[in-house]
Design a protein around this ligand. Structure first.
Ligand SMILES: Nc1ncnc2c1ncn2[C@@H]1O[C@H](COP(=O)(O)OP(=O)(O)OP(=O)(O)O)[C@@H](O)[C@H]1O
Length: 253
């Protein structure tokens, strides 16, 4: 299990543009946190800090008390674009990271890759090439490729933003199903307020840089959640509209 601590971080780009000043964020082990905020508030910069790709000028970022580096075995990334290798079938795409890390023997790598492909519902597509898969299926392969490395902290940067509404909605349910089965800590960036409310235990709203956290909202909706049942709850709409107001204020400020 991974606990994430960001303490007193200052970060500015080399041109002097300050994105964070004295920024702190703590994510409990197993917690699902969604990050929302107006364009340019620093969501991607924060993800780069959380993954150790960028270093703060002051303060610290740590997983379970250890300073983060991009190679930290706890970390797994899922991006908007699946970025699969077009010449590898689904199974070999999922297996790729295990091969590169020289983890396990070939037969065990295949077995584990198959297990995660099945977990994302693509057991029957193991031998298909990426071009034979829909956008949603490609994103499932990308998810399996990340999960196969068994990360305990998942950083997800608008992973379903490019999908159509129906695929996106089913990927959201899929994400929660996998999260409750595997128990990772998740930081999920999105522009979609309803998606944030549906998924998260807590939604963190960032204000315009370098304001940092403008507001936080604990999402007290029952789990397991389903699109059909959860979105009908009056509290779901109360959370969404509170967040909508908060983001509109942040964008105006
Ligand atoms: N390499 C860079 N040098 C200088 N400024 C940068 C650099 N990268 C990003 N910025 C600026 O830092 C701020 C935060 O950028 P970031 O991409 O983290 O925002 P974001 O919230 O992810 O935006 P969006 O929602 O549009 O993707 C923005 O004002 C951006 O213009």
């Amino acid at each position: 299990m991974a606990q994430l601590s960001v303490d007193g971080v200052d970060f500015a780009y080399p041109n002097g543009h300050a994105v964070f000043r004295d920024f702190s964020l703590h994510v409990q082990a197993g917690e699902f946190v969604a990050l929302l905020g107006p364009s340019g508030c620093g969501k991607s910069t924060l993800l780069n800090l959380l993954s150790g790709f960028q270093q703060p000028q002051r303060g610290s970022v740590a997983i379970n008390g250890v300073a983060v580096t991009p190679e930290a075995p706890e970390l797994g990334y899922v991006f908007q674009s699946p970025q699969l290798f077009p010449w590898l079938n689904a199974l070999d795409n999922v297996r790729f990271g295990l091969r590169m890390a020289k983890r396990l023997g070939a037969a065990e790598q295949r077995e584990r890759a198959r297990h995660y492909l099945e977990l994302v519902g693509l057991g029957d597509a193991a031998h298909k090439l990426p071009y034979q898969l829909s956008g949603g299926m490609q994103q499932r392969v990308a998810l399996a490729r990340t999960l196969v490395m068994e990360p305990t902290l998942l950083l997800m940067d608008e992973p379903f933003a490019a999908l159509d509404a129906i695929s996106r909605s089913s990927m959201n349910e899929e994400t929660l199903r996998l999260w409750s089965a595997l128990g990772q800590t998740v930081v999920f960036i999105t522009h979609d307020i309803d998606e944030a409310v549906f998924l998260a235990d807590r939604v963190v709203v960032l204000g315009g840089a370098p304001e940092g956290i403008r507001s936080e909202l604990a999402i007290d909706l029952p789990r397991p959640r389903s699109q059909r049942a959860t979105r009908k709850l009056p509290r779901f709409h109360q959370y969404s509209s509170a967040l909508m107001d908060c983001i509109a204020d942040a964008a105006e400020a």
